[in-house]
Design a protein around this ligand. Structure first.
Ligand code: G6P
Length: 612
């Protein structure tokens, strides 16, 4: 979590940094701050609240002279969001200012050590300890320079971090390091940048270096040097970013979320098309071979949040077409579950950001136990992608709204391809079946588009239900997996209490919560179990619930039973989940809109969760 930006160059740093931080507010937004080197003095301004508070305090940065600076937008971990805990943190003697994304795990031990050295602390943060540690090491051995002090600090800090650091007596140099938290260097002309993510600096440069574990970047206006943890200089590739800054803007929609919902047909096309050639699937796997797939006797899917709900759908598909048992584990649980993994296990790791710390650690756990690791990731070059044996990129483009939509759909489409590919490798999906499924996937974007064009009806349904206090989602089999995502979408952006249940489980407890007026969203797209779903709808109606069904056009019995229906077009059942999810996303969006919620930045949430 948290967004970092740094600048060194001929321009006034503060306005530029604040503007760049706006593009990173999705990483955290409970407080923000900026440190600028002006002459041999470091000035720090920080404030609780959205970035706009800081902009107002500093006249959009114009009040802060200086051409070297670092900025931060925070998502609190250690210490509540307030002015003092906001970053940057200035060291006790004012020699070092530092911004941090991640957690210093041994901060208590380091704090005790620094206290013995005469340091005292103003904030409750682990980051202030890092700032003082760097300063203490620098003051103890000034002749070796800032780099040696940072390197030594790194060897003492355990945990996850991306750090941007400036020194009062080096007003022409910007330092950055990373371990487990993302950080990139933007290479400009006569100016250079650091940032947590590319959109922050795209306005200024498309030349990017992605830092790897323990890399240290030392930037001046005219030079970029990268060193490894031993101080050896590295020659890293410069990546040229192809996508446009506009892609990260709202493009005329009131919210990123709506824009991203509407982009889904195109996203599916760009995710699927390059992988399908002449009726065959080519996922570009270079390490996990058809023999490995043949030999595989167990699959774990590990992920967090919506990505784990993609995993729930994928489980049904992979088991259906490969007959390999699949376990979907939340990454935060997998890591500590002493999982039964062998060299015949494939771990499928799903992550939009490629930086979710629990998912990353679960990946490492699976790897260390001998599993083949295949990841499905959106952000190219992210840590999870880098550490996987094989990676299938979803190519959904930057997703800005905290609540995922297009990345979810892209992950889902990759899972269709993966299930078919694995099934084909194991001779359980024939050439002709494969062709039929691929045809259905090919038609999907058109069907999605026609469904999205009917969003006004979903808006109308939202207007009937936006004042509900509880909303239950029920479904069976794949519909249950979709219900989980529909419910999560709704609760995360509208703050309405919502739960999803397998429909058959409802009467084992949860039905006691149903009372007159409760809204039950009943998913009935999985045709083998429609009749059972209709019985479940009747059960909740008999207790006074209002039933909003989601069903494929023409499904018998639904219209007569439900109070309202969200219809989706009839198509090959194989691709139905990709259609069914759209009304659920739109329903959540419009309910949140009518409730006046901050849709793109829901309270307490962050897009990229880089702390455990
Ligand atoms: C956060 C986001 C969710 C996302 C989850 C996993 O909680 O708010 O939308 O599903 O992280 O993120 P990842 O980047 O690993 O897919």
């Amino acid at each position: 979590m948290c967004g970092i930006v740094g600048y060194i160059g001929p321009k006034q740093a503060a306005p530029l940094i604040l503007e760049a931080l706006e593009k990173l507010e999705y990483r955290g937004y409970d407080s923000s701050g900026i440190a600028i080197a002006d002459g041999n003095k470091l000035g720090v301004v920080k404030a609780k609240g959205r970035l706009s508070v800081l902009e107002e305090m500093t006249d959009c940065g114009r009040a802060l002279p200086g051409c070297l600076g670092i900025g931060h937008t925070r998502w609190a971990t250690h210490g509540e969001p307030n002015d003092v805990n906001a970053h940057p943190h200035l060291s006790q003697h004012g020699e070092v200012a530092l911004v941090h994304n991640g957690i210093v795990e041994n901060y208590i031990e380091l704090r005790d050590f620094l206290t013995e050295q005469g340091y005292s602390f103003m904030s409750e943060t682990d980051t202030e300890i890092a700032a003082n540690l760097v300063e203490h090491l620098y003051r103890s051995n000034r002749e070796d320079g800032p780099e040696a002090a940072i390197r030594e600090a790194l060897s003492l800090i355990s945990g996850a971090f991306a750090l941007g650091i400036i020194f009062a007596d080096h007003p022409d140099t910007l330092y950055a390091v990373r371990k487990d938290s993302p950080l990139i260097v933007g290479v400009g002309k006569g100016e250079n940048f650091i940032a947590s993510d590319v959109p922050a600096i795209l306005k200024h440069t498309r030349q990017v270096i992605r830092l790897d574990e323990y890399d240290m970047a030392v930037l001046t206006a005219g030079s970029v040097k990268i060193y490894n943890r031993y101080g050896e200089e590295l020659h890293k590739n410069i990546e040229h970013i192809q996508w446009d800054a506009d892609a990260a803007e709202k493009g005329g929609y009131p919210h990123f979320m709506l824009k991203e919902i509407m982009e889904q047909p195109d996203v599916i096309r760009s995710t699927v098309r390059p992988r399908v050639r002449d009726g065959r699937i080519d996922l570009g796997l270079s390490h996990i071979s058809p023999d490995d797939i043949m030999a595989c006797d167990r699959i774990f899917i590990v992920a967090c949040g919506s990505a784990s709900y993609v995993g729930q759908v994928a489980k049904h598909y992979i088991e259906r077409y490969t007959r390999i048992p699949v376990t979907v584990e939340l990454a935060s649980e997998f890591r500590y579950s002493n999982p039964i993994v062998t060299d015949r296990t494939i771990a499928i790791v799903i992550s939009q950001s490629g930086e979710t710390i629990d998912t990353l650690f679960a990946l490492r756990e699976a790897k260390s136990r001998g599993a083949h690791v295949l990841s499905i990731v959106n952000v190219v070059g992210s840590t999870i992608a880098n550490e996987s044996e094989d990676v299938i990129y979803t190519w959904a483009g930057p997703e800005i709204a905290v609540a995922t939509t297009k990345a979810y759909s892209a992950q889902l489409s990759v899972c269709y391809l993966l299930a078919l590919y694995m099934g084909h490798c194991r001779h359980m999906v024939s050439d002709s079946e494969l062709k039929d499924f691929l045809n259905a996937i090919e038609e999907l974007p058109g069907l999605m588009r026609s469904l999205l064009e009917k969003s006004d009806y979903i808006k109308y349904l939202a207007s009937l239900h936006f004042s509900c206090r509880n909303i239950y989602f029920i479904g069976r089999n794949i519909d249950h997996a979709l219900a989980l995502e529909g419910s999560l979408k709704l609760k995360e952006i509208s703050y309405i209490f919502s739960e999803a249940y397998p429909a058959g489980e409802l009467k084992h407890g949860t039905i006691s919560l149903i009372e007159p007026g409760s809204l039950v969203v009943a998913l009935c797209t999985y045709s083998p179990l429609t009749e059972k779903m209709i019985s479940n709808m009747r059960e909740v109606k008999a207790r006074g619930a209002v039933v909003l069904a989601l069903a494929t056009e023409g499904t018998p019995g639904v219209e007569e039973t439900a109070d309202q229906v969200m219809w989706i077009p009839k198509t090959d059942p194989f691709v139905l989940p990709s259609l069914a999810i759209l009304p659920l996303q739109l329903f959540a969006y419009y309910v949140a809109l009518l409730k006046g919620c901050d849709i793109d930045k829901p309270r307490n949430l962050a897009k990229s969760v880089t702390v455990e």
